[in-house]
Design a binder for this molecule. Structure first.
Ligand SMILES: CC(C)(COP(=O)(O)OP(=O)(O)OC[C@H]1O[C@@H](n2cnc3c(N)ncnc32)[C@H](O)[C@@H]1OP(=O)(O)O)[C@@H](O)C(=O)NCCC(=O)NCCS
Length: 391
């Protein structure tokens, strides 16, 4: 089998998906994706876009202005018509699914160059937009337990996750993300795009909007629980509604060597798993277990984790059940912050955490051998990928 390496990864800043406060409130998602696609090739002039075999782009909700956005964004960017683009839908893991599709195709020799991407605009295409639940689903599950927030509360109860532990996790997520932002770590992955501030002044958005310089435990303790009366999950311990796009250039290792391109990681494998939709957030327990079993590895063999923080409750349940950690601060998980601070544009995040992982392995943690990126997804979908240092 051939080997698949990451040549580069870029993303937009993640901004609030908010009609009054979001920095991209007047920028449409195809424009954000178009700029990310373009930046990928501008940064890698040795790669001819016509050599891309296909594009896979994940979006959880492919409707309205994100309908066929994989192809529309590509064409709008002026990239070759001859390259096909596929919209991938697996709820939140859609972006990671795009990576898995590209890596498999490269490894089996179906093509040597692919773009894997992810995009979501939760303002212009809100969660659940135009979604209809089939009767069979409603017969099988209590529909009140299906929304994401309800699952976060159920996970907190079932796995005995305390509110204070989720808030401590949110605090550390912001601290790490703030430090990484201030150190300029994300400059290597964020494509600057024009947006507007709260007063409507245009400015170049080159940092994530939700990251807080200081977070107060006292303030968090007073926040309401929007998903359940007297529940445990708050806006601080939920990933915010977010907009963003992301893309990676993935290549057969031999071709990369021929072109003289550098890389740091190769794809070892991917795993998808399904689980009870009413406990959707614990999905990574199952996809990570599958993934590591196949590679004959244990969680303790993994040096670094990127675990998407959809909610504090599900993240804590996953790290505890896998035996990786008990409570934040985690020293080898989300070391530049997670989605509680950086945001979670559903179908983008699975690709974004791999872009960040690649950046970390190139610049910050050059000692890491194995790393895993994993995330849960709506209705009990989960995907995980295993990466090994080669550069
Ligand atoms: C939790 C949720 C309902 C809150 O939505 P909302 O009420 O519109 O609120 P916001 O996210 O705008 O946050 C509410 C307020 O809390 C504040 N807040 C959030 N985190 C905070 C923190 N750590 N400390 C202090 N204040 C905080 C916000 O700043 C905001 O106030 P502002 O608008 O004045 O800035 C929404 O973010 C949500 O649904 N998240 C989950 C999304 C999801 O399901 N994703 C899929 C996962 S699988």
């Amino acid at each position: 089998m051939k080997e698949c390496v990451i040549i580069d990864g870029v993303r937009s800043a993640n901004v609030r998906a908010h009609a009054e406060k979001g920095w991209f409130r007047n920028v449409m998602p195809d424009v954000i994706l178009e700029k990310v696609y373009k930046a990928l090739f501008e940064r890698n002039p040795k790669v001819n876009p016509s050599d891309v075999e296909a594009v896979f782009c994940g979006t959880a909700n492919q409707s309205g202005s994100t309908n066929d956005i994989a192809r529309f964004g590509w064409l709008a960017a002026g990239l070759p018509e001859s390259v096909a683009a596929n919209g991938i839908g697996q709820q939140c893991p859609s972006g990671m699914s795009a990576i898995i599709h590209a890596a498999r195709a490269i490894m089996c020799g179906e093509g040597d160059t692919y773009v894997a991407a992810g995009v979501e605009d939760m303002q212009h295409v809100p969660m659940g937009n135009a979604m209809e639940f089939p009767a069979g689903l409603m017969d099988r599950y209590d529909i009140a337990e299906i929304p994401m927030g309800a699952t976060a509360e159920k996970v907190a109860d079932k796995y005995n996750i305390e509110r204070i532990d989720m808030e401590t996790m949110a605090l550390w997520s912001h601290r790490k993300a703030d430090e990484a932002t201030k150190n300029g770590n994300f400059r290597k992955e964020i494509v600057p795009i024009e947006g507007e501030d709260l007063e409507g002044n245009k400015f170049i958005v080159d940092k994530d909007q939700w990251v807080r310089g200081s977070v107060s435990m006292e303030k968090m303790a007073t926040m309401g629980t929007p998903f359940k009366e007297d529940g445990k999950v708050t806006a601080a311990t939920s990933s915010p509604l977010t907009t963003g796009a992301c893309a990676l250039l993935m290549m057969d290792r031999e071709k990369a060597d021929k072109l003289g391109l550098s890389y740091s990681v190769k794809y070892v494998g991917g795993a998808m798993a399904g689980n009870d939709p009413t406990l959707m957030g614990v999905g990574p327990i199952f996809s990570v277990t599958k993934l590591l079993d196949r590679a004959s590895l244990k969680p303790k063999d993994i040096d670094l984790w990127e675990l998407n923080e959809a909610f504090g409750s599900q993240s804590l349940a996953v790290v505890r059940e896998l035996g990786i950690a008990e409570n934040a601060p985690f020293d080898n998980i989300n070391i530049w912050g997670g989605a509680l601070a950086l945001g979670h544009p559903l179908g983008e995040s699975g690709a974004r955490i791999v872009v960040t992982l690649n950046n970390i392995l190139k610049t910050d943690r050059t000692d890491v051998k194995y790393a895993v990126a994993t995330l849960c997804g709506g209705f009990g979908n989960s995907s995980s990928t295993l990466w090994e240092r080669v550069g």
